[in-house]
Design a protein around this ligand. Structure first.
Ligand code: ADP
Ligand code: MG
Length: 278
């Protein structure tokens, strides 16, 4: 019998499924970004409305000045929030450039300010001086959103979230650590957390986040595309630290293949290890 040329080969089917997975990951990430920013925006609007009412009620100069200052600050915050969404919507390319990681972390934390307050998560930062990395800022922001939301969900009763930036001079990589003091990941589950659709959550939480099992699989793919590494240290009952190791601009420039040799992408192994966190 002649082969049926209409039905896709196994390789083609795998390719189609890979594309569908990428679409599902993108849609989930976009959904979580939309939900996060809408809630944060709403919060800013409440501040504006309340201080406008306050300014109308209190006619004295000092109260009015205070009201205008609060409204101005809230308006500026609203502009930053919409800029973040517009940046992602406009630039959906996977192009990479010199990126200041501390700035990306700050922008992401700004998007999660209300959410972290609501769930009583205290954010601590430890930023060392680090070189710029060669990265796609939007994609790194997507990773951070997912890691920080995972961390928040691991601490349902509230807790601490530690964000660390450090320079691994030996390898010319910048380490970005998202550390929570939550439930931790049992050893038997650890090997699966990067699998697409693997989730221990029963579905989206009250804030509409998590449960798809697509977050970490997307993080892993993005880090692979950056020739970086991702490392997980976790202990049940103690917490989880996820370390992203991202090439600095100088390292990326050194490793960039010469145009003639650029046959396939270079990938460093994704290095996932389990170790107790202290
Ligand atoms: N910080 C964390 N603490 C504890 N468990 C985690 C953490 N991050 C990820 N996990 C585990 O890894 C699984 C997969 O995470 P993810 O891919 O983001 O999917 P989702 O958040 O939709 O469940 C989670 O369901 C959870 O079991
Ligand atoms: Mg998640």
């Amino acid at each position: 019998m002649a082969p049926n040329n209409d039905s896709p080969s196994l390789e083609q089917q795998v390719e189609i499924l890979k594309q569908r997975l990428a679409q599902a990951q993108n849609l989930t990430a976009l959904g979580e970004l939309a939900s996060t920013t809408t809630h944060e925006f709403n919060n800013v609007l409440m501040t504006i409305i309340n201080y406008a009412k306050y300014g109308l009620r209190h006619q004295d100069r000092a109260s009015r000045e205070k009201a205008f200052e609060k409204i101005l600050a809230a308006g500026n915050r609203a502009a930053k929030i919409t800029n973040c969404v517009l940046g992602v919507a406009r630039n959906r390319s996977s192009g990479q450039d010199a990126v200041d990681l501390a700035q990306v972390v700050e922008d992401t934390l700004m998007l999660l300010e209300r959410e972290m307050n609501k769930y009583r998560i205290k954010v601590e930062k430890q930023y060392a001086e680090v070189p710029q990395v060669y990265a796609n800022g939007n994609q790194i922001q997507q990773i951070l959103l997912n890691l920080m939301i995972n961390a928040r969900q691991a601490m349902p009763g509230g807790g601490r979230l530690l964000i660390k930036l450090a320079y691994d001079a030996e390898n010319d990589l910048v380490d970005l650590v998202v550390r929570d003091f939550g439930c931790g990941i049992p050893a038997d589950k650890l090997p699966h957390i990067f699998d697409p659709f693997y989730s221990t959550k029963s579905g989206p939480d009250a804030s509409g986040k998590g449960g798809s099992g697509l977050g970490l699989s997307m993080c892993r793919e993005i880090i692979e595309a950056h020739h970086g590494r991702i490392r997980v240290d976790s202990s049940p009952g103690v917490g989880t630290a996820i370390t992203l190791k991202i090439p600095s601009v100088t390292r990326a420039a050194k490793n960039r293949p010469a145009p003639r040799a650029a046959i396939g992408p270079m990938t460093l192994p994704i290095n996932t290890v389990s170790a107790p966190v202290s």
